[in-house]
Design a protein. Structure first.
Length: 390
């Protein structure tokens, strides 16, 4: 019910600028049922604008009543209301950005700078966003003004990442949600928590993934199933529950585009020796991307995959004890190599651009996918020329 009503209200209440809104459905708020009961709250100011919706229980009826009252509100006022009380559900606060929301709700707010970034005030989920590649994506999108939902199974790291981002004191905010992308219930809960905290969803980046290399002799059915659950089914779950919210927003704002973006791999473009479980899932992910794109473009939801090359600077390759550079040196995989630098130079030389992929390279591709309105269903290589489409 929340995922049907709140995103609709976000769009109905928005004029030129799409608002950031928040639903508080904690115990005290569903008991409120009059304007006076809202005004009795300690953080509500005497001049706060309040709309009250009562006597409605079905989402369609609630939304219809909100449309009528918002239209009347804008006829009489030059700005949006501050609060909308949904009788029996909770209190919605409406503001231009997340920092203003905190101030409206009486939370401590210091000075916050507005970032006129390329994704300013968009609501973006990054799965696997607590650390590594996903953490870098979350950090750079936050720097571009996005409200970032750091979604990860690692609660400690995820909260830490959100806290680090919020120390920048911008009007956009980061928020942690714990998620297991292989569990559909957990993914649906992630979407609902995002909607409650920010009011909707503009972009989901399905980044969470695992890699267990091995040939047919080494790969166990259990490892294959785990990789399929996380890398392939996890993307499906993210697209399924994210698109349901995006469709609601699309119904109430006809000029609004949204994005589902999968972080794929160059292994989704070309087979990978003794790495078939990972490559197979990534190949399948591109099939999902193309199919989702055909289904969702009528709702102005673009679906694209980003296919990075090898991230040589990350721990998978560069960890001094377990990284692939160490493993390949010890295994003699690179003829004549005597040092880690020799191994790295060998792999750098395989890339026409002369280096491995970096997080910034991928984020630039993500921003392109978000900003353009014409391209969907694509697998966008970010490989420095190592993989070229034909």
């Amino acid at each position: 019910m929340i995922n049907k009503i709140v995103p609709a209200i976000r769009m109905i209440a928005s004029k030129e600028k799409v608002l950031t809104i928040r639903l508080d459905d904690s115990e005290q708020f569903p008991k409120l049922n009059t304007e006076d009961s809202v005004r009795s709250l300690p953080f509500v100011k005497t001049d706060s604008g309040i709309i009250v919706i009562t006597g409605k229980t079905e989402p369609e009826d609630i939304i219809a009543e909100v449309e009528v009252k918002i239209s009347a509100w804008y006829t009489a006022h030059s700005s949006h209301p501050d609060f909308i009380l949904l009788d029996g559900m909770g209190l919605i606060a409406l503001a231009n950005n997340a920092s203003e929301l905190d101030s409206l709700l009486g939370l401590p707010v210091g000075e916050a700078k507005t970032v006129a970034g390329r994704v300013q005030d968009k609501i973006i989920i990054v799965t696997g966003g607590a650390q590594g590649f996903g953490g870098g994506i979350a950090e750079l999108l936050y720097a571009q003004g996005a409200n970032v939902v750091v979604a990860d199974l690692n609660e400690e790291a995820g909260k830490g990442m959100a806290n680090i981002l919020n120390t920048n004191k911008q009007t956009n905010q980061a928020f942690f949600v714990k998620v297991n992308v292989s569990d559909p219930g957990s993914v649906e809960e992630m979407i609902t928590n995002t909607v409650k905290h920010f009011g909707g969803l503009d972009v989901i980046i399905s980044n969470a993934g695992i890699l267990r290399a091995g040939g047919l002799d080494e790969m166990t059915p259990e490892s294959f199933a785990l990789m399929t659950d996380v890398n392939y089914k996890g993307y499906f779950f993210c697209a399924k529950y994210a698109s349901s919210v995006m469709k609601v927003q699309s119904n109430f704002r006809k000029d609004y585009f949204m994005d589902i973006i999968q972080i794929n791999s160059k292994s989704g473009l070309k087979g990978s020796n003794r790495n078939f479980a990972y490559a197979g899932g990534k190949f399948g992910g591109i099939g999902l991307t193309q199919s989702f794109a055909m289904e969702l473009m009528p709702n102005r939801i673009k679906v694209n995959s980003i296919c990075p090359g090898n991230f040589y600077e990350g721990p998978l390759w560069s960890d001094p004890q377990k990284g692939l550079f160490v493993q390949y040196l010890n295994a003699g995989k690179v003829p004549g190599a005597k040092t880690l630098n020799d191994v790295k130079a060998f792999y750098d030389a395989q890339v026409p651009a002369g280096r491995g992929c970096r997080v910034l390279d991928v984020v630039r591709a993500i921003l392109y996918a978000i900003e353009q309105e014409y391209e969907t269903g694509q697998a966008i290589p970010v490989t420095g020329g190592q993989n070229m489409l034909n």
